[in-house]
Design a protein around this ligand. Structure first.
Ligand SMILES: *Cc1c(COP(=O)(O)O)cnc(C)c1O
Length: 234
């Protein structure tokens, strides 16, 4: 079995190769290690191998790991799971990024609860790009209003968009989904330049990161290719 350090090496090479083939600048795409369900020892091994950005989906589990790894310097914690409004206080004070904001109410609460002495909380708006019934995320059509409203909030930095396209579609439709997200980001950047940096596309996972990078991803969120297959949900 390959080690987590080996896996980080091979995923990093996949990212570098795809970035180069897409003619994008070296370093344009960053690796977010998605560590949900993994024990703190696995994250420590990844951190020892140089990985510093970790994505977590469940707040309590994340807080336990953040505590267990408090001796490791320079870890950046990203929240990527669905957000309940009673969790915004802890999320705003513990994470440096939130990729899964999908409504104004949550953004308002994150801004209210972010300590103004900290750097602004980096957020991405999660878009339900394939308009799937059961999925979280806003609709593409809601983006202009959401961006306008969130751009006014003081303690947030609106970095861009995030999506989890339906993984069961053929590569070409997957590519179309990523492209739609990228096109939406550039439209917003043009129409609402003051809303925030709007420099981030959080898209692509273990099985499709190359396609996402070709379409402009700046964060790829990778779990199983780094840590192995997750146990099935019980
Ligand atoms: C689990 C998860 C990932 C990682 O998926 P893999 O297929 O294991 O790479 C990425 N993004 C989100 C939001 C996730 O929940």
């Amino acid at each position: 079995m390959s080690s987590i350090a080996d896996n980080i090496g091979s995923v990093t090479r996949r990212i570098q190769k795809a970035t180069m083939q897409a003619g994008r600048a070296p370093g344009a795409v960053r690796l977010l290690a998605v560590s949900k369900t993994r024990p703190p020892e696995d994250l420590r091994e990844a951190a020892d191998a140089g990985q510093c950005a970790f994505g977590e989906n469940y707040l309590q589990e994340a807080l336990d790991k953040i505590d267990a790894l408090s001796d490791v310097p320079d870890i950046d914690w990203h929240f990527i799971g669905p957000i309940q409004s009673n969790k915004t206080r802890q999320i705003a004070s513990t994470f440096s990024w939130v990729h899964s904001v999908d409504r104004l109410k949550i953004a308002r609460r994150l801004s209210e609860h972010r300590d103004p002495d900290l750097p602004p909380l980096n957020i991405c708006l999660q878009v339900n790009i394939n308009e799937e019934e059961s999925k979280s995320g806003c609709r593409l059509a809601q983006l202009p209003q959401l961006v306008a409203d969130i751009g006014e909030l003081p303690n947030l930095s609106l970095r861009g968009l995030m999506a989890i396209p339906d993984p069961d579609q053929p590569d070409e439709s997957l590519r179309q989904s990523f492209r739609k997200l990228a096109d939406s980001l550039s439209e917003l950047k043009t129409s609402q330049p003051a809303a925030g940096p709007l420099d981030t596309l959080s898209m692509g996972m273990s099985d499709d990161l190359e396609i996402a990078i070709e379409e402009g991803a700046t964060w790829v969120r990778v779990g199983s290719a780094l840590f192995g297959a997750r146990p099935p949900k019980s």
